[in-house]
Design a protein around this ligand. Sequence first.
Ligand code: SAH
Length: 390
Amino acid sequence: MIKINLRKKISQRVVNGHPWIFNNEIENLDETIKGGEIVEVYTHDKKFVGKGYVNPKSQIVVRLLTRNKNEEINDQFFSKRILECWEYRKKLGYIENCRLVFGEADSMPQLIIDKFNDYFVIQTLALGIDVWKHAITDALKKIFDPKGIYERNDVPVRELEGLGQQKGFLSEPFDTKIIINENGLKFHVDLENGQKTGYFLDQQDNRRAIQQIVKGADVLGAFTYTGTFEIHAAHYGARSVLGLDISENAVTQANRNAELNGVQNACKFETANAFDVLKQWAKEGHQYDVVMLDPPAFTKSRETIQKAITGYKEINLRGMKLIRPGGFLVTSSCTNLVNAELFQEIIGMAAKDARRKIRQVVFQTQSADHPVIWGLENTQYLKFLVIQVM
Ligand code: SAH
């Protein structure tokens, strides 16, 4: 097996557990090495670190799969790991729907598998995991006997790995428009054309966190997508709910979901740019008891982090202005580079500019089927905050 030595001066990061090795951290990279191969990694003084997959074309040359020298990386390896992932989810009660595999946090870098009852959606975001796609699919078939498996590799990050974007069936073709249950409600999910893998499972616990504050409330939700938070609000007893999304498709899907749950009278959806409409409605004096914001990631790169900060401040400021004194702002951020502290700071700045006093009610992260590895910043990405706005 090909051996790679880490440079002497490299930080303790890799030795201490981080699975990524960057191209400036290794001593020798054999030019003939083929992307996707399994390599052994050693420290400069020849101590075994782990085994992982290599891609000389990527800035992250190696991603480690195991620290155990005796563990072979083969089809059984993936089958065993997936089974372990399933045991963990079952233990925590994520049985019908869950992120079954959350990449690095499950020691399978760049592999995402979402389970939607009997259906599975896979993303293989690096070359070294992409080559195992069929082994992974076979493992899913053996463990779950699924009704369908779909590949959603239509994501630009794959290009950093020299991979093309693609999507399609990894099982016999099936109807990719399915219905899932969550918190006692039902949602249409479009596995083929929905955003990301079709549905945002990471907010499934957070959607329950609004249960008490929306009772009898007038609720405005922006960035609604499939209408999940809004439909939860209606179900939990809100007096009125309005959800906004810039995408007409999202609004159509949200309306269908409201009907599916019989809340179409209390819960309406409209196509709108939240940035414009919230500003206008604040000027016109609209007031709500609860405003919910769940925007998409505003940036993926450090260079444009300021843009994300400005975006969050702006939308939250506008949201706060629409809240009756004593009402609540339910606000999320899934931008990786905006950490929890920074997000709180931004909300603090927005409150100051809106001249409103706030207090924190709930502050949490993504649901536990997306576990967090300390020191691996990308695994803790979601911030979910409920504040009371005085
Ligand atoms: N709340 C959803 C997820 C939202 S994803 C859930 O729980 O599943 C973010 C959504 O914001 C997308 O549907 C996208 O279409 C929408 N969006 C992006 N920019 C927007 C804007 N300026 N105004 C309104 N919606 C926007």
